[in-house]
Design a protein around this ligand. Structure first.
Ligand code: FES
Ligand code: FES
Length: 166
């Protein structure tokens, strides 16, 4: 582990961050992303690994950014919700979900970045998950608005619509 500086590639852009100047060695990755670099789409709620709000993609797989130090991500490729285009099929599915009986997939939107990135990770590994696999895959995420049915339905629809999500 490099303790002087770290290199991160965030949403396709390279950053070199010096310990003591740009961030402190004790800071979590979520703190550095949000408070040092301004990626406020990385939500922080529980700050203890229990809600999924701070989910990012780390080298393409979902990870809880509140549960790791920034220095542990040295050399990693990171995607936050800011790096996902607005016309991404998962974002569109969440935004458009209004089918009767399911409600919406977004209400206040606080949990949405975490759910979207988790869905991206899930569908990249398993493009056509069963209902149980969707529930299991998203089970680490809390939606305080209770939009779970809409979220599950949105994931099912995007899974049915695209062969492979990258
Ligand atoms: S803020 Fe990281 S899991 Fe809740
Ligand atoms: S939409 Fe409000 S917390 Fe999920």
């Amino acid at each position: 582990m490099n303790t002087d500086s770290i290199k991160l590639c965030i949403n396709g852009r390279d950053y070199t961050l010096k310990v003591g100047r740009d961030f402190e060695i004790t800071e979590t990755l979520s703190t550095v992303l949000r408070e040092r670099l301004g990626f406020t789409g990385v939500r922080v709620s529980c700050n203890q690994g229990a809600c999924g709000a701070c989910t990012i993609l780390l080298n393409g797989k979902s990870a809880l950014s509140c549960m790791m130090l920034a220095v542990e991500a040295d050399g990693c490729d990171i995607t936050t919700i800011e790096g996902i285009p607005a016309d991404d099929p998962i974002i569109e599915a969440f935004a458009k979900e209004t089918d009767p009986g399911y409600g919406t997939a977004m209400q206040c939107g606080f949990c949405t970045p975490g759910f979207v990135l988790e869905t991206k990770s899930l569908l990249a590994e398993n493009p056509h998950p069963t209902e149980a696999e969707i529930r299991d895959g998203l089970s680490g995420h809390v939606c305080r608005c209770g939009a779970y049915q809409g979220i599950e339905h949105a994931v099912k629809k995007v899974s049915a619509a695209v062969k492979e999500v990258k």
